[in-house]
Design a protein around this ligand. Structure first.
Ligand code: V47
Ligand code: SF4
Length: 367
C-alpha cells in the first residue's frame, strides 16, 4: 500500500520529487531538503516517506523495553526555563535527594527484574562523584544483568566541574562502577540563541556532543534527544538534527533518537503557538528522514501521550520505549499519560495499530 502511495507523481507535483528519490535510494537529505519537508502542505506525504524508511530498516516491528526510571534528585543548579521538575535547593517544597538505599528500595518495590534502569537527576551542588559510584555499584550488585543507562551529558559535565577533573575521567570512573550506557537528555536545542533563553547555564552544544563522543570512544553507547515546540524555529530543529548526524558520522555510538515535545504546565517558558499533534508527527517524520545514520527513533509515550506515540509508529518511529514504572520530569510538566505500563499493555498498544511488538534490550537486541 505504502509503495503505491510513494510511486505516484504526487511528490513531483509538490516539489518533493528529488527528496522522494533520495529517500527511495537511501541517499542523505540536505538541510534544504529537510526544510522542503517541513514546508510541504501535506504532512501525510512526509509521513509516508518516513514510514517507507522505517519499514525498510525495521519492517513491521515496533520495539519496547522492560525498564525502570529512577530520578535521584530534583535539586538543580541549572534553572532551565522550560523545566517544571527542578527545585532551587534542598529546603524548597517538594525537593528530594535519594540515598543509595532509597534507589535500591525503588528497584525492589517495582517487583521485577528490568532489562534497563534509567537513572538521571538534577545537577545537585553537593553530591560528590563517589555518591554516584556507590549508587551504580549497589545497583549493579542487585541487578547483575541489567543495563545501567544513567546520567546525561549535562550531569557528566556537572560532576567533572565539581570534582575538578576531565569529563573523560568521570566517564571512565562511572564505567568502572557499572555504567553501560548514557541516556539522551540535555540536548534540548543546540542553536546558541535558543539555548541562551531556555537553558543558559548548562552545557552548550559543543560540550554535549563532545561528551557523547568521549562516551562512544570508551565503548559506551548513548541516546540522543531534541526538545521541540517551544521558541525554536524549524531551521533550529534541522540544525540540531544535522549536528547529531555529523557527530554520529564521527563517533558512531548513538543508538536512538528521541524527539521530546515541550509540555507547558508549571513551566516558566511561555510560548505563543503550542504544538499541534500534526506538527509533532511531522517533526518525528523529518527526524527519521534526516537521521540516516541513527538506527532507531523512539516514540516516547510518556511525553507524546499514548495516542500520538501510536500514530508516530506510522510517521517514522519504531520504538515505544518501555514500562518506565515511575516518571517525574514529564508529569511535573503536565504529561497526562500513565506513570507506568505493563508488558501486556505495551504489546496491546503496538498490535492495536498494526505493528509487531518486539521486546528488546537497551542496545536493540531482540530478547
Ligand atoms: O533533557 C524537561 C526534557 C528530558 C520538559 O535516552 C521536557 O532513552 C518536555 O531525555 N516538556 C529528559 N520535555 C528525558 C529524556 C529521556 C526520556 C526517555 C528516554 C530517554 C533515553 C531520555 O526531558 C530533558 C528535557 O529535554 N524535558 N522538561 C518539558 N516541560
Ligand atoms: Fe536541571 Fe535538567 Fe531541569 Fe535543566 S532540565 S533545570 S538541567 S533538571
Amino acid at each position: 500500500m505504502i509503495e503505491n502511495i510513494i510511486k505516484t507523481d504526487y511528490y513531483k507535483n509538490m516539489g518533493l520529487g528529488t527528496v522522494r528519490d533520495k529517500v527511495m535510494n537511501g541517499e542523505r537529505l540536505s538541510i534544504e531538503d529537510g526544510m522542503r519537508l517541513f514546508e510541504c502542505d501535506e504532512p501525510l506525504a512526509v509521513g509516508a516517506l518516513a514510514h517507507q524508511m522505517r519499514t525498510r530498516l525495521h519492517d513491521d516491528k515496533a520495539f519496547y523495553v522492560v525498564n525502570q526510571h529512577v530520578n535521584y534528585t530534583n535539586v538543580c543548579v541549572n534553572a532551565c526555563t522550560f523545566c517544571a521538575y527542578r527545585r532551587e535547593d534542598d529546603s524548597q517544597k517538594g525537593a528530594f535527594v535519594l540515598s543509595k538505599d532509597d534507589v535500591l528500595a525503588k528497584i525492589d518495590a517495582a517487583g521485577m527484574t528490568p532489562r534497563e534502569v534509567h537513572i538521571v537527576g538534577g545537577c545537585h551542588p553537593g553530591l560528590p562523584l563517589s555518591y554516584f559510584e556507590d549508587m551504580l555499584s549497589a545497583v549493579r550488585a542487585r541487578l547483575p544483568e541489567t543495563v545501567l543507562k544513567c546520567f546525561t551529558a549535562v550531569e557528566i559535565a556537572h560532576f567533572a566541574k565539581l570534582e575538578g577533573i576531565p569529563t573523560t575521567e568521570v566517564l571512565a570512573r562511572l564505567k568502572t562502577a557499572g555504567l553501560n550506557m548514557m541516556p539522551g537528555g540535555g540536548a534540548e536545542i543546540f542553536a546558541p540563541a535558543v539555548r541562551e533563553r531556555i537553558c543558559a547555564r548548562k552545557s552548550d552544544a559543543d560540550e554535549w556532543l563532545r561528551i557523547h563522543g568521549e562516551a562512544h570512544a570508551l565503548g559506551l553507547r548513548t541516546n540522543s534527544t531534541m526538545l521541540f515546540g517551544h521558541i525554536e524555529s524549524r531551521e533550529d530543529r534541522l540544525d540540531h538534527l544535522d549536528r547529531l548526524r555529523r557527530q554520529q558520522d564521527e563517533s558512531g555510538g548513538f543508538t536512538c533518537f528521541i524527539p521530546l515535545p515541550f509540555l507547558t504546565e508549571n513551566s516558566r517558558l511561555s510560548i505563543e503557538n503550542p504544538l499541534t499533534g500534526l506538527e509533532q508527527l511531522r517533526t518525528i517524520a523529518v527526524s527519521r528522514l534526516m537521521l540516516d545514520n541513527i538506527p532507531h527513533i523512539k516514540a516516547y509515550w510518556v511525553m507524546l501521550g499514548v495516542k500520538v506515540a501510536q500514530a508516530a509508529l506510522k510517521f517514522g518511529a519504531d520504538d515505544f520505549d518501555g514500562t518506565v514504572v515511575e516518571e517525574k520530569i514529564g508529569h511535573e510538566a503536565g504529561a497526562d499519560s500513565a506513570q507506568a505500563m505493563t508488558r501486556n499493555e505495551l504489546e496491546g498498544m503496538i498490535t492495536g495499530c498494526g505493528f509487531r511488538p518486539v521486546e528488546r534490550d537497551s542496545y536493540f537486541n531482540e530478547v
